[in-house]
Design a protein around this ligand. Structure first.
Ligand code: SF4
Length: 412
């Protein structure tokens, strides 16, 4: 069933890219390119429009053009084993092509005035930014955050807060204006609100039957990724939340006849979102919660303490924690969303966000008493994904769950 708010989503995303295109052509505003959980709010408070290469790369994935571009980056020295967001995005740039042309009539990606990144998610974002820094001859400002910081947490957050403060003078120079802490507080306040609203939208999926699935969420998370910190994103999530609450009140199911409920761990397979969505609908088994879509919830943002709280929020993202923390996080979601099975997507080119590789899947199944299935694939490189094999495995997994439910009923 179509989500009505999708019409507004299209308008909003178009506005985002047209604004960037205008700024790029007319120079009426400065543009910062930023990693997805980088210091975007800081740049916005200084008047930058923010463009996210990862979002552009996801477009390359969902339009299935990524495979045309990955070999171009490979030929320029970027390994096929590293992030296929990075390789497809750099390949498209080297070919002077972008899906923005077909969708919005935009000739090329907007030119950056500065590149920003945070290694809280992986090292690839830094290498990616430095590539464009060299290409466009613009400054690259990085926040360096170590992973699995639990034991050194306090020191890491302090260091990140200091690093955020240290890039302000550089950003001021590029922006041509002074930093104003009240403007920063305001952006952070809006970002925090966006995060809360998005969290509320995602939480409606705890209802049985779920009003939306992971595959809907991958589409509707767009404003939380690229427009957090702006009022328009919050207005959008109010609209979407009202629609989902209405569905909950009327028991309208995203997947009619819902039988089982799944958790999706890891990256989406962008080029197969629709196929996967149809498969799980046919199996009457919606994927109702995921680590990925929850990654744009930042409860720590606090406008009264902007630098420290931003550091805390961006150090707290799932991907940066150790396995014990991650397992507790997933266990909580499994309970709240009444999950029957966990799908681990082992994305070939994203080691940082493939959490099955060090025994977590088995540990969680043992601890929670629910089965898991590992799907071998990739976020953008469909050459790493066998659809036929995956469909067979998922069908068998659902049958196995069905059989064990029958067994339980027979027993009790
Ligand atoms: S987290 Fe994975 S998909 Fe995202 S930028 Fe890093 S390597 Fe690429």
């Amino acid at each position: 069933m179509e989500i009505k708010a999708a019409q507004q989503l299209k308008i909003l995303m178009k506005q985002h890219f047209m604004e960037l295109d205008e700024a790029s052509r007319t120079k009426n505003k400065k543009i910062a390119w930023c990693s997805s959980v980088g210091p975007a709010e800081l740049a916005m408070s200084l008047g930058f429009l923010v463009y996210y290469p990862e979002n552009h790369a996801a477009m390359l994935g969902s339009t299935r053009t990524a495979m045309d571009y990955i070999p171009v980056a490979n030929a320029n020295g970027y390994s096929p084993e590293i992030c296929s967001y990075l390789t497809s995005d750099i390949g498209a740039y080297l070919r002077h092509e972008t899906p923005l042309t077909k969708v919005y009539g935009i000739k090329e990606v907007p030119r950056p005035d500065v590149l920003l990144y945070n290694t809280n998610q992986c090292r690839d974002v830094g290498d990616w930014a430095r590539f464009y820094g060299r290409e466009f001859n613009v400054p690259v400002l990085g926040i360096n955050t170590p992973h699995t910081q639990n034991e050194a947490r306090e020191h890491v957050v302090k260091s990140v807060s200091k690093q955020l403060q240290d890039i302000v003078p550089e950003l001021e120079k590029i922006a041509g204006r002074r930093f104003n802490i009240d403007e920063f507080r305001e952006v952070l306040k809006l970002s925090r609100e966006c995060s809360t609203l998005w969290d509320e939208v995602l939480d409606t999926a705890s209802h049985k039957p779920t009003p939306l699935t992971f595959f809907d969420e991958c589409i509707h998370m767009g404003p939380a990724v690229v427009m957090r910190g702006r009022k328009e994103a919050n207005d959008y999530y109010r609209l979407l939340l009202a629609e989902m609450q209405e569905r909950v009140a009327q028991n309208i199911a995203a997947v009619p006849g819902e039988r089982f409920r799944f958790y999706w761990e890891g990256m989406p397979i962008w080029g197969k979102l629709r196929n996967m969505s149809e498969l799980f609908a046919r199996l009457k088994t919606p994927v109702v919660v995921s680590t990925y879509c929850n990654s744009w919830i930042f409860p720590a943002f606090n406008p009264d303490n902007p630098f420290d709280s931003m550091a805390e929020a961006y150090c707290s993202i799932f991907i940066g924690q150790d396995d014990t923390w991650k397992e507790n996080y997933i266990a909580d979601k499994v309970k709240r969303f009444a999950i029957d099975g966990i799908l681990f997507h082992d994305a070939r080119t994203c080691a940082s966000n493939s959490n099955n590789r060090y025994g977590m899947s088995k540990r969680l199944s043992d601890k929670l008493g629910i089965p898991h299935l590992v799907i071998n694939g990739d976020l953008n490189d469909l050459r790493c994904f066998s659809e036929e094999q995956t469909v067979t495995n998922i069908e068998a997994f659902v049958e196995q769950i069905e059989e064990s439910h029958r067994e339980n009923i027979r027993r009790y």
